[in-house]
Design a binder for this molecule. Structure first.
Ligand code: SF4
Length: 382
């Protein structure tokens, strides 16, 4: 089965580290929504033409990301769900996630969200410490973060995931442990945790270069990553992807589809889609998106993935997961020789304690996870 990602390109405030596509002006919100509904109609047969008239494709997950999708009112969200339901089948047994910022999740808003198909909230907490939130220019306060989670739990949102960021120069190791402990104490079942990275041309990049913000130290991020692995494992979380942790059975179905090569349809500006050997995307420009869809035209760009690109992608994504890279799959997809070559290339990582081989799977150890991207790129096709 497959999933749909919908990009909502609006935010209340620009976080200093962010390089996603969004606007802090909501001037184009209505125009965008109308076009999003139109795009659903235009691309409804992305997963294949219906066999019978009226047949609808069954979805496993819907993910509203951004941007800040919780900026939309529940009636705006319901317009999206109603349009999806015209072409796709999904029910409460599927995973329907809304990315939300804590300042949007008032008790009243959450009550209203309970009446929509949304059954999973991904809350952008990032930190429970004031100095961190200020450094990142997050719009919410620590109190709002805690209140949002408590409200969601009170109202019966059982499937919660939160985002955390480590490696901020404003957070020492004991404050990071406090963030993790608070998350554990709140009973959060799924955590996505990212090292703060300074992307070129972001506000943070400019401030650091001008000496107006403290730089980010790699050593601190590595140390805090290790602290997290130890603490979350001790509390029963499975580290199922480099940046994702879950209590047993609480993996994100939507994210798993990205990492296991299932097809997905991305709607809205900057959203990417994937189907077999083809990747396509809407350019990250809301104005152009609106203008073209108003004329009934899709602005899509696309590329056919070559065997070597698919191989590199498979290595990159599979090595980041706890299941690792399956040599059988490599041999089936890219030939016996390639599988053997990969196995030989990995011997040095196994000797260095960065990887293990379990049955036919090559899996990174805790030590290897620190260098996941570098190890994958050393193994690329060339
Ligand atoms: S809320 Fe999310 S998308 Fe919006 S600016 Fe902050 S990090 Fe970027």
């Amino acid at each position: 089965m497959a999933g749909i990602y919908i990009h909502i390109p609006f935010c209340r405030q620009a976080c200093h580290y962010c390089n996603f596509h969004f606007s802090v002006s909501q001037r184009q919100k209505e125009g965008f929504l109308a076009c999003l509904l139109k795009e659903i109609e235009l691309r409804h047969d992305f997963f294949g033409k219906p066999k019978e008239p009226g047949d609808r494709f069954r979805l496993e997950s819907v993910y509203l990301g951004g941007g800040t999708p919780s900026i939309l009112s529940t009636s705006e969200l319901n317009r999206i769900f109603e349009r999806l339901a015209e072409y796709f089948d999904y029910d409460l047994g599927n995973e329907i996630t809304l990315e939300a910022n804590p300042d949007d999740l008032t008790f009243e808003k959450l009550e209203a969200l309970r009446q929509t198909p949304i059954n999973r909230l991904s809350i952008g907490i990032q930190s429970f410490h004031e100095a961190d939130l200020k450094y990142m220019n997050r719009v919410h306060s620590p109190q709002q973060a805690i209140q949002a989670i408590e409200n969601a739990l009170t109202l019966g949102f059982e499937n919660l995931t939160i985002d955390l960021i480590y490696g901020t120069p404003t957070m020492n190791d004991s404050q990071w442990k406090e963030n993790l402990q608070r998350t554990i104490d709140l009973g959060i079942e799924h955590i996505s945790a990212y090292a703060l990275t300074v992307e070129p041309k972001t506000a943070l990049d400019v401030f650091i270069r001008r000496g107006q913000a403290k730089p980010v130290e790699e050593e601190q991020s590595a140390r805090q990553f290790e602290i997290m692995l130890e603490m979350l494992a001790r509390h029963g979380y499975e580290h199922y992807e480099i940046s994702n942790f879950a209590l047993p059975g609480k993996f994100s179905r939507h994210n798993l589809s990205y990492w296991t090569g299932k097809p997905y349809l991305g709607l809205g500006p900057s959203a990417h889609s994937f189907r077999g050997t083809e990747r396509s995307w809407n350019p990250p420009n809301t104005t152009k998106y609106i203008h073209s869809i108003q004329k009934g035209l899709l602005l899509l760009e696309s590329e056919q993935l070559s065997p070597s690109q698919r191989y590199d992608e498979y290595l990159m994504t599979s090595l980041r997961t706890m299941w690792g890279c399956n040599l059988k799959k490599v041999k089936e997809g890219w030939g016996e020789e390639k599988g053997k070559e990969l196995e030989n290339q990995c011997l040095r990582f196994i000797e260095q304690g960065q990887m293990i081989k379990k049955d036919s799977h090559l899996i990174l150890t805790e030590k290897g996870k620190l260098f996941a991207d570098r190890i994958a790129s050393d193994l690329f096709w060339v």
